[in-house]
Design a protein around this ligand. Structure first.
Ligand SMILES: [Zn+2]
Length: 123
């Protein structure tokens, strides 16, 4: 018989564990937070995982928790994808802000050129 720990109520333990970092950083939506909390109530394996995560965070508050080693390959990839997505979203925001500022200064520059031209024309 296979003796892998199986969640009592859910099949998505991997998802819940992937969310550990975001959950602890309070970056999840209220729905997700509720789902995680409900899951932890019924799943002792994930509860243990979150406790271990907490302990690791307390031990090394400066460094990222050494969670990678305890993760299976697939879970690690999911986790990396997730943080990659978060980073990309932040970059898009920065680019967006830059584009708005850029467009604004181009418009300003064009306006100044037109103004100086029409002023030159008056001479
Ligand atoms: Zn679970």
């Amino acid at each position: 018989m296979n003796t892998t720990i199986k969640c009592e109520a859910y099949e998505n333990c991997g998802v819940i564990r992937d969310l550990a970092e975001l959950y602890k950083e309070r970056l999840v939506s209220p729905e997700t937070e509720k789902a995680v909390r409900t899951h932890l109530k019924t799943c002792s394996a994930c509860r243990k995982y979150y406790q271990d995560y907490d302990a690791a965070m307390r031990e090394a508050p400066q460094k990222p928790a050494p969670m990678h080693e305890s993760m299976a390959g697939t879970e690690l990839r999911l986790w990396q994808n997730l943080s990659e997505k978060m980073r990309r979203r932040r970059t898009v925001q920065i680019i967006g802000t830059g584009a708005v500022i850029g467009a604004g200064s181009i418009m300003l520059a064009v306006g100044l050129i037109m103004m100086s031209k029409s002023m030159g024309g008056l001479k």
